[in-house]
Design a protein around this ligand. Structure first.
Ligand SMILES: Cc1ncc(COP(=O)(O)O)c(C=O)c1O
Length: 340
């Protein structure tokens, strides 16, 4: 059995309402004959809800330390990360510039759901095509140059806040989960599988790294909602090893173990299939919990599909990390209405 490794967290600024509750889903547990819990990271806040705020605590502390007054970040049109960044930056007295992806920047999407909230917070939005988004680093540099020329001090946050620094948000969530599990009747973390959605990899990287650092013995499973297994094996490993080399110089950390459960991207990123929306509806009716269509809905659909095939495939206890994203649901109201 591995031993915990001593380390110090990078500095952070308090933004998230943590610890979040760990709730048992009684009816779902009965249905599959295993214990199913939800870690309610959708409760980390309202404007700031979801997983991104845990990462932003570390990232924005760094931005403030460098004297930044404007943050620049990027994502899909309905990015939860961009919305959370706009609100967190505002709370800390900074401005936000968002590079958002859309097929036709001359006809950007109507300002609804997360986009509406971005506008409400006064974020400057620059719409770019998916092709240009591939070269987002150049766009970042170009935007930063313009801001510097105008006398501002910009700070760039890569996609999803999925960086070595951002990953600490989910290292700290592992610490919290160990506390949660220690309060349960059967408190063996070894018997627990953590399941979460993977969009840019930082959440899974933090969970995998935290699992190593605390010798927690969780099984860490990420469900990719875009790209594929190999892409995220590489991406998550890169974030973990960056975090190790930047922050854990003197510690011997073995390659962090995690699994990527591929096969549930469905129609593609932010495209829903009826069965995914039905799963969201059924959970709302069974347990009174709302998921989002882009991340948690897909990861949840993957989890129950695997449990249908083999109820013990994740062992006796599953903790599904509800990473938020609720506002995204309001951008697909018409499609959702078809399954109501
Ligand atoms: C609601 C929600 N859940 C999960 C994820 C995935 O997290 P990560 O980007 O750290 O893989 C994201 C963002 O991409 C998100 O907005």
């Amino acid at each position: 059995m591995s031993q915990p490794i001593s380390f110090q967290y990078p500095e952070r600024v308090k933004l998230a309402q943590t610890p979040t509750p760990l709730q048992k889903m009684e009816r779902l547990s009965q249905r599959y004959g295993v214990e199913i819990f939800f870690k309610r990271d959708d409760y980390t806040g309202v404007e700031l809800s979801g997983n991104k705020v845990r990462k932003l605590e570390f990232i924005l502390h760094h931005a403030l330390k460098l004297g930044a007054d404007t943050v620049i970040t990027c994502g899909g049109a309905q990015s939860n990360h961009c919305r959370a960044t706009a609100y967190a930056a505002t709370k800390l007295g900074m401005k936000t510039v968002l590079l958002l992806r859309t097929p036709d920047p001359d006809q950007p999407p109507v300002p609804e759901a997360n986009v509406m909230l971005d506008c409400l917070a006064g974020a400057s939005i620059i719409w770019i095509t998916p092709e240009h988004y591939q070269q987002r680093d150049q766009y970042f540099a170009w935007q930063a140059e313009q801001l510097v020329a105008a006398g501002a001090c910009p700070y760039i946050i890569p996609e999803g806040g999925s960086t070595a620094l951002g990953a600490w948000g989910y290292v700290s969530a592992v610490e919290e989960l160990l506390q949660d599990i220690s309060k349960l009747e059967d408190c063996d973390a070894m018997q627990t599988t953590l399941i979460s959605a993977v969009g840019s990899g930082g959440t899974t990287a933090g969970l995998a790294l935290g699992n190593e650092l605390f010798a927690a013995d969780f099984r860490v499973v990420g469900v990719n909602v875009c790209e594929d297994h190999d892409y995220f094996k590489k991406t998550v490993n890169r974030i973990v090893s960056d975090a190790q080399s930047r922050f854990l110089e003197n510690s011997m950390v073995s390659p962090a173990a995690f699994e990527i459960l591929d096969g549930y991207v469905g129609r593609g990123y932010a495209q829903s299939r009826p069965q995914e929306l039905e799963a969201i509806r059924d959970l709302a009716r069974l347990e009174g919990v709302v998921l989002d269509p882009v991340y948690t809905g897909k990861a949840y659909y993957a989890m129950i599909s695997e449990l249908e095939k083999n109820p013990t495939c994740f062992g006796p206890r599953v903790v599904f990390i509800h990473t938020g994203g609720l506002f995204g649901l309001f951008s697909i109201a018409e499609q959702m209405a078809e399954v109501l």
